[in-house]
Design a protein around this ligand. Structure first.
Ligand SMILES: C[S@@+](CC[C@H](N)C(=O)[O-])C[C@H]1O[C@@H](n2cnc3c(N)ncnc32)[C@H](O)[C@@H]1O
Length: 392
């Protein structure tokens, strides 16, 4: 029998409240569908979609949307999304708006959007944190894709990360994956320190961002702090300042340093083969070439060390409607294998990419109790092969 693509997480490692997670999934879908209808209403109001009773060719619609360079992939993805959501329908080779799109037309008004968003947050507290970002992105989408407003002004208004951070707060799904990462890093560090009690374990986190995963990981490692060196790294200096404020004051074993995973460690002051664990949570999809990023992670690790990758492994319309506004979401190289209309890889894609980068014993963990087709996120643990291709 071949190994399944995603194994249910062994429950002693990390558990999830199944009922709460089911509520979250239903709520997340309700929020996403609001976003799809909002997109249709705003594009119709901007004269981008064909008027009721008429049709338009795909290229014609894209020309009316007038996307700036850097947003072609988003333009295509939005039309695909509207078709899949039955807001646009094919008639011969052309597209027409549907009844469902006509029903959503009221969402062209900001007052209707505010009232609908308030009701949605009340009815779906499990996914309420996703609503403000979606509203901000969809009500300003046309300006952003035309290059009239920088995406960062929409995603991070006034330079604040609060709207994005609201998604991460008390989120049953993201919490589960963060705890899973923490449990796996903890397990590996403990094993290493049991074997070499006089040594130091070095752990490097790439793309640590605002530290959403770092917090649970550092907590899980707190009782080994005196034998630990933890590198909190990111390509963005602003994140290092945030990290230092949040984690630096009380934790002398944490170092903050700039590291771009698209470049080799030795060119950025990091010794190859020096880490027991490299952790990359929701970052590697953002790179130009995942293959190169994985090679650099491999180069950082000692033979037998592990790479922990936490990634979305399924395209979600919510992400297209929000993070899709960031040009960086679409910046991957043309010849990179990614899931259609997204920068992501699926589980098989990650397994293949990890194997090509020299990793062995790749394990994939996801939420227990769900079918593989229902999983949207996966945590991979992959071992850096030694010189002879073996793990420790
Ligand atoms: C979606 S955030 C994830 C943050 C955090 N790891 C988490 O899961 O909460 C992605 C982070 O990756 C960083 N990033 C993007 N490209 C990178 C690169 N080439 N090298 C290192 N970090 C990168 C961004 O600056 C950002 O902080």
């Amino acid at each position: 029998m071949t190994a399944p693509d995603v194994e249910a997480t062994p429950s002693p490692l990390v558990d999830v409240d199944q009922e709460r997670h089911a509520r979250f999934r239903a709520s997340f879908e309700a929020v996403t569908d609001f976003g799809r209808r909002l997109l249709a209403a705003r594009l119709a109001a901007a004269g981008v979609l064909p008027a009721a009773g008429t049709t338009a060719g795909r290229d014609e619609i894209l020309a009316r949307l007038a996307v700036a360079s850097g947003y072609q992939r988003l333009g295509d993805a939005l039309l695909d999304l509207l078709e899949r959501a039955d807001l646009l329908r094919r008639r011969d080779d052309r597209l027409a708006v549907t009844e469902r799109a006509a029903e959503a037309a009221g969402l062209a008004s900001d007052d209707v959007v505010d009232a609908t968003a308030t009701a949605l947050r009340r009815e779906h507290p499990e996914a309420a944190g996703y609503v403000p970002l979606l509203v901000a992105c969809q009500t300003q989408l046309v300006e952003v894709v035309r290059g009239d407003r920088p995406a960062n002004e929409v995603l991070f208004p006034g330079g604040s990360a609060d709207m994005v951070a609201a998604i991460y707060r008390d989120n049953v799904q993201l919490d589960f994956y963060n705890r899973l990462c923490a449990a796996r890093v903890q397990q590996h560090v403990r094993q290493f320190l049991r074997r070499y009690p006089r040594s130091f374990a070095q752990v490097m986190e790439v793309g640590a961002g605002t530290g959403g995963t770092t917090g649970p990981v550092l907590d899980a490692l707190a009782d080994r702090a005196e034998r630990l060196r933890y590198f909190y790294t990111d390509v963005g200096p602003a994140f290092l300042r945030l990290g230092r404020q949040r984690f630096g004051v009380t934790r002398p074993h944490v170092d903050f340093a700039r590291y771009n995973v698209e470049g080799a460690p030795e060119d950025q002051g990091f010794e190859p083969g020096s880490m027991e664990v490299v952790l990359a949570s929701n970052v590697l999809h953002a790179t130009l070439r995942i293959s190169a990023a994985l090679r650099h992670c491999h180069a950082l690790l000692k033979p037998g060390g592990i790479l922990v990758v936490n990634e979305m492994t399924s395209r979600l319309d919510y992400n297209t409607l929000t993070f899709g506004l960031a040009e960086g979401w679409w910046r991957h190289a043309d010849d990179e294998p990614r899931l259609a209309a997204s920068p992501l890889l699926d589980v098989a894609g990650w397994r293949a990419a990890l194997g090509r980068a020299g990793f062995v014993d790749v394990q994939a963990h996801a939420v227990p109790g769900l079918d593989a087709s229902e999983q949207v996120q996966t945590m991979f643990v992959a071992t850096a092969a030694g010189p002879g291709g073996s793990s420790r």
